[in-house]
Design a binder for this molecule. Structure first.
Ligand code: LLP
Length: 463
């Protein structure tokens, strides 16, 4: 059961498999539907379109860099998750992947719940009208102010992450005359990233309460005793960008083992189990994510089987996909500024954004695809590295990519699958302004998060 793991994000980490870039794709103009949002096409002039609008027009109207989000695709993916799990389970979209008020409204309309992990995300959710009972509040160090706001608002669940927090939430709830529905996040010793997982991972990380050493069982015992809390279930989140379902299998086995222990010790069958998020998407053509209905079927079967063998009633399942819903729905559009061939090495292509709008390549060695999208090209493929405009050599957007040899300043490049953890992790490094998010649907484009301005920067700098 023990296999090696990569850090979040990269499939190949630093070591590209042999021949990884020895063969450029047969057609550089082709768009692999796996990595692009659903309505993306090339029009009759070879220009990329999304939601029926071409990128030259989008660049002119909204500028670059910018994230363009395919609203129909977002809604379709949200609905697919909702339908796959049906009425006997709950889907919580993980807002950390990308959250805005428009997104909250779409989720509400499509019948999803929302996982927030900070006061800021909670405020965004509430201000866009997400009913509080459909919100789950996460985090390993929620402040008392955040907890108070969440309890007052009436959030559907708070996911407790430590012994201190069990007491803190109980106390605040009691003070407010409430009984707060809670889950306890446990760590089951499973760590999964990309295609691999470790089933016996040691618990050397900050989230949750370890199952090992009876700590999780003790947390449950304490939570059951506190009047301010209604313990509704156990939560487990095992990692990111996961393709291999066997990590969930081990996690479910261990969570159900705890449920059985709770029943045997306390005579209580907890009604819910949350298996977290972490389901992978295709960043490049090498990745093969599963469809939501396959994931739902697999998870439901795993939990049902485990509960049957433990003679427990099958609890209501919830999941928290973030990346798998929003990741594939957006691409980042950049303009090429300089093209610098380095003899015998590769060509460096500088774009007008970089690590401030996509930190994932620098942080996780994440792999991305990239295409020339403002025109078609028959030029020979050239091995390139797409880099940003920041004062840092690690400012890489796409580490290894083949682009047409006639690439020139003014061309538009698009990097697909940047809907998750790009805008939400964007920074102002070098005082570069964070790009807007533009939602496109049925031939209409509208800004849902506007571009940052120099006035925004200077407003925070009080001089
Ligand atoms: N639920 C919990 C409790 C989580 O901690 C996370 C992610 C999710 C759900 C959603 O995971 P997703 O389905 O989006 O993979 N910044 C990293 C990812 C960090 C994820 C943290 N927790 C990245 O860019 O890959």
């Amino acid at each position: 059961m023990s296999r090696s793991a990569h850090p979040a994000g990269p499939r190949h980490a630093d070591v590209l498999p042999e021949g990884h870039y020895s063969a450029p794709p047969a057609d550089l103009n082709a768009l692999d539907p796996k990595v692009w949002a659903q309505t993306v096409r090339r029009d009759e002039h070879g220009v990329l379109t999304v939601g029926g609008i071409d990128v030259k027009q989008l660049a002119e109207e909204f500028g670059t860099p910018a994230y363009f989000l395919d609203e129909d695709d977002f809604r379709a993916r949200a609905r697919a998750w909702r339908t796959a799990f049906g009425d006997d389970a709950d889907v919580f979209y993980a807002g950390k992947a990308f959250l805005s008020r428009a997104v909250v409204r779409w989720l509400h309309e499509e019948g999803l719940n929302l996982d927030v992990c900070s006061g800021g995300e909670l405020a965004t959710a509430l201000s866009a009208g997400m009913p509080a009972e459909r919100i789950a509040f996460h985090g390993n160090n929620k402040s008392t102010g955040e907890i108070r706001r969440a309890v007052e608002a009436g959030v559907g669940r708070i996911v407790l992450d430590s012994f201190q927090e069990i007491v803190r939430v109980a106390h605040i709830a009691q003070e407010l005359g409430r009984r707060q529905r809670v889950q306890i996040r446990i760590t089951v010793g499973v760590e999964a990233h990309t295609h691999e997982f470790i089933a016996t991972a040691h618990e050397d990380q900050k989230f949750g309460i370890p199952l090992a050493g009876g700590q999780a069982a003790e947390a449950v015992r304490r939570a059951l005793q506190l009047d301010g809390l209604e313990l509704i279930g156990i939560h487990s989140h095992i990692g990111s960008q996961i393709f291999d379902m066997s990590g969930f299998e081990v996690a479910a086995h261990r969570v159900v083992g705890l449920l059985r222990e709770i029943r045997d010790k306390h005579g209580v069958e907890l009604p819910e189990i949350d298996l977290g998020g972490g389901l992978g998407i295709a960043y490049t053509s090498d990745d093969d994510p599963r469809e939501p209905h396959e994931i739902a079927k697999a998870l439901t079967e795993i939990v049902t089987r485990e509960c049957e063998s433990a003679r427990l009633r099958t609890p209501r399942i919830s999941v928290e996909p973030g990346r798998a819903i929003v990741g594939p729905t957006a691409f980042t559009l950049y303009e090429v500024g300089t093209v610098k061939p380095l003899d015998g090495l590769r060509t460096y292509v500088s774009v007008d954004g970089g690590m401030s709008d996509n930190i994932r390549t620098a942080l996780y060695d994440a792999e991305y695809s990239v295409s020339l999208v403002s025109r078609p090209s028959d030029a020979e493929p050239v091995l390139c590295r797409v880099v940003g405009k920041h004062c840092e050599s690690g400012d890489i957007v796409v580490k290894d990519a083949f682009l047409p040899g006639d690439l020139a300043p003014g061309d538009l490049l698009a990097v697909p699958a940047t809907g998750a953890y790009c805008r939400s992790m964007a920074s102002n490094y070098n005082h570069v302004l964070r790009p807007p998010v533009v939602a496109v649907r049925d031939g209409e484009a509208r800004v849902i998060v506007r571009r940052e301005t120099e006035e925004d920067l200077l407003r925070l700098d009080v001089g």
